[in-house]
Write a protein that binds this ligand. Structure first.
Ligand SMILES: Cc1cc2nc3c(=O)[nH]c(=O)nc-3n(C[C@H](O)[C@H](O)[C@H](O)COP(=O)(O)O)c2cc1C
Length: 252
């Protein structure tokens, strides 16, 4: 289990964590190295790798208990500290607590689940029928993360040749959010069984903006050690050596 972070002067959602005047020099070393009196670099690395291993996609373990406002702010601050192409920070985070909105989305997701299920047959269909794919109503709140391609445009430094670089940036913010929530002892579940126009309509998201993720967030009874899809026999994780290659993409 990853212990709760001892440092509380991390990135803030309002960006104040990046303002040198608000840094607590006792906890921040601009060299990026360890600060005396705190974790050694080795300890920080151990905590980080443990955190990566501990993070899970959560569907069935949400308790619905409240989240402290300060904790939520820290998690969103971590997301907002993510790298982004041309420093465009093209993300927005919509906090959805309203039960009517969540029920409406849950209904749409159930219909999309049926659509996917109809593509399956035999053993695959039987396995999928037992897999829970969302915890929209059981979690404490939802965070919908969006991508605004106009943020910082037209001259987004580094995006001229790869339009998707903006989308990559949003995904990095989501991963920061996911790891921060895990460090805070909370669970996150990414739901992608939806059609973008439906979610746009539900949350009044403008046409140019893409909803990238519906994230269920909240306290959990526990985090499983093995991904749900692996536990249910849908698919297993690949060994690292299957995806690390020397010099060239492997020939098929
Ligand atoms: C882009 C993306 C979309 C996902 N969509 C769903 C989803 O709709 N429902 C679900 O149960 N899990 C979803 N997941 C979670 C994955 O199934 C999960 O990450 C994977 O099985 C590995 O498990 P772990 O995250 O616990 O390590 C999604 C994950 C990603 C990155």
């Amino acid at each position: 289990m990853v212990s709760a972070p001892r440092h509380r002067s991390g990135p803030q959602a309002d960006g104040s964590g990046d303002d040198p005047s608000t840094h607590d020099p006792s906890t921040h070393d601009p060299s990026g190295h360890d600060t005396p009196g705190h974790d050694t670099p080795g300890e920080v690395a151990d905590l980080f790798y443990a955190l990566c291993g501990r993070r899970r996609d959560v569907r069935g373990q949400f308790t619905g208990a409240p989240i402290d406002d300060a904790v939520l702010r820290r998690i969103l601050g971590a997301a907002h500290a993510a790298p982004s192409v041309g420093l465009s920070q093209p993300w927005d985070f919509i906090l959805v607590r309203d039960s009517g909105t969540r029920e409406a989305f849950r209904e749409h997701v159930a219909a999309e689940r049926d659509t996917f299920a109809r593509e399956l047959s035999g053993e695959e269909a039987a396995t999928f029928s037992k897999i829970k794919i969302e915890g929209i109503l059981e979690s404490t709140l939802s965070v919908v993360v969006t991508y605004d391609p106009d943020r910082g445009s037209p001259a987004v430094l580094g995006r001229h040749a790869i339009a998707d670089a903006g989308l990559y940036s949003v995904c990095l913010a989501i991963q920061n959010l996911w790891l921060a929530a895990t460090a805070e002892g909370l669970g996150v579940g990414w739901v992608s069984f939806y059609r973008e126009p439906v979610l746009r309509e539900l949350l009044s998201i403008p046409e140019r903006v893409r909803p990238v993720a519906w994230l269920c967030l909240g306290p959990v009874t526990h985090l499983e050690q093995t991904p749900d899809l692996e536990r249910h026999g849908w698919r297993s994780r690949l060994p690292l050596d299957a995806v690390v290659h020397a010099e060239r993409y492997p020939s098929s």
